[in-house]
Ligand binder design. Structure first.
Ligand SMILES: *Cc1c(COP(=O)(O)O)cnc(C)c1O
Length: 452
């Protein structure tokens, strides 16, 4: 469909006429903006970048875009099909082939993600894991090498430790991401393809020095891939030097704990290569996002910044109060957190320090007792994995989301058996929720399981 652009908004124009109109003037307007967000990467605040990205209206002038719920797309002239398959006519000129390849609605969500992360382009996938596995398989070939942080999401850790070596002959060297010299030594120039880490690690909330790590990797010609699932809006890894940002959209970005989704944000050349008909990991492995899901998610991103601010504000409030009560609490907003200053120097202003905190109860038994009281007696939150929901979610990381790691790997990653990870929700009032926390803790005190 051709489009006309007025004051930064893109209005739907005439429907496709009797011809495949690829030489018309109006294509000139949509040409550059189809794949990229059209936002120059100069904004200080991702919310500002998002607001300046193009807004897609619905086919009948609706304020919301139309859902392109088509698996396949028609052409007016047979010759057009051939030109689409050679790559001559593509989504940048509004030509679509089949929805495992580019789909307009999924592409729109990709543009939102690119605006948010300050990357040239982005595309969305059926899950965070498929975004991660696809981008690693795109960037590495058989015999390839990854240097990765030891402190990773359990699924990613298993992918790098077990699956990629067996299925693809891609090996990984794990490092302590805060020891820059160790990272530098393990990157082998000419052999290592990717440096992979989480901006804020799961579950230990270690913060990575993105500018320095990017510099070290780039000196040796290595691509930097950062998982920013824990800190959307708070950190913008690509603006700090990373090449590629991956997300599990299932968490904060969705916010509803009802959708599994992911994204790869990076240079347009990478996104296009992942869609290549002969060599593209997204095109050929096919972890495709449904257009209806893409639409739902695109309606949630506009309030992500509000939600993140509230998650962060409450996490900071509770962490401060928990510390005062004598609990062992890990939160990057607290001054004693080893990377507090580093995070402050990298973070986007006025978002805070993330929506997750950890309480170390030292033993799994005490961790379980506390979570049981918090859920079943005082209604402070739910025992569940995942994060970014409006209710507080709690899990004992060692026996749940990081159970893929063995005891030694967990110790190296700093995961104590009694570590309770909390994704702080924003439902209810702060004082209401805090009194629920205090009540559960006083039960622990009555049983002699916590002393302050
Ligand atoms: C949940 C998560 C993933 C995996 O994402 P899915 O959407 O569940 O596939 C990857 N990385 C991090 C940090 C996560 O929290």
């Amino acid at each position: 469909m051709a489009e006309t652009k007025t004051n930064g908004f893109v209005f739907p124009g005439k429907k496709r006429s009797g011809r495949d109109d690829f030489d018309g003037d109006d294509l000139f307007i949509s040409k550059k903006s189809m794949l990229s967000s059209g936002v120059p990467p100069t904004w200080e605040d991702p919310a500002a970048a998002f607001a300046s990205a193009r807004h897609e209206f619905g086919e009948h002038g609706g304020v919301n875009m139309s859902i392109e719920a088509s698996a396949t797309f028609t052409v007016m002239e047979p010759e057009t099909m051939r030109r689409m398959f050679t790559g001559e006519l593509g989504p940048d000129r509004d030509f679509f082939i089949y929805s495992r390849h580019f789909n307009p609605t999924v592409l729109n969500l990709g543009r939102q993600m690119a605006a948010l992360e300050g990357t040239e382009a982005a595309y969305c996938t059926a899950s965070g894991m498929s975004a991660i596995s696809s981008v690693l398989m795109q960037l590495c070939s058989s015999g390839g090498h990854v240097v990765a942080s030891r402190a990773l999401y359990g699924g990613t850790h298993a992918l790098l430790t077990h699956f990629l070596p067996r299925a693809c002959n891609i090996t990984t060297t794990f490092v302590d991401i805060n020891k820059l010299e160790m990272v530098q030594n393990e990157i082998v120039e000419g052999k290592t393809n990717v440096l992979y880490f989480e901006s804020m690690s799961n579950p230990t909330l270690t913060v990575a020095n993105i500018p320095e790590l990017s510099r070290i990797a780039h000196d040796k010609g290595v691509t930097v891939v950062v998982d920013n699932t824990f800190s959307p809006m708070v950190l913008s890894p690509a603006r700090l030097g990373a090449d590629v940002v991956v997300h599990s959209i299932s968490k904060f970005i969705s916010g509803g704990a009802d959708i599994i989704a992911g994204a790869v944000c990076g240079p347009a050349s990478l996104v296009n290569s992942m869609m290549d008909l002969h060599q593209g990991a997204l095109m050929l492995l096919g972890p495709t996002m449904n257009a209806k899901v893409a639409f739902e998610l695109s309606e949630r991103i506009p309030h992500l910044s509000l939600r993140m601010k509230e998650h962060c504000h409450r996490a900071m409030t509770y962490a401060t109060r928990m510390k005062k009560l004598g609990l062992k609490v890990v939160y990057p907003g607290l001054e004693e957190h080893p990377q507090h200053k580093l995070l402050k120097s990298m973070a986007n202003k006025e978002y805070g320090f993330g929506g997750l905190l950890c309480v170390d109860m030292e033993t799994e038994e005490r961790a379980n007792r506390l979570m049981n009281y918090l859920q079943n007696c005082t209604q402070f939150g739910f025992m569940a994995v995942s994060l970014g929901y409006y209710e507080t979610l709690m899990s004992c990381s060692g026996s749940s989301t990081s159970s893929e790691m063995n005891a030694e790997e967990k110790a190296l990653a700093g995961i104590s058996p009694g570590l309770v990870r909390m994704s702080i929700g924003f439902i209810g009032t702060i004082e209401q929720k805090w009194s629920q926390f205090e009540k559960a803790l006083s039960r622990m005190q009555d049983l002699g399981l916590f002393k302050n």
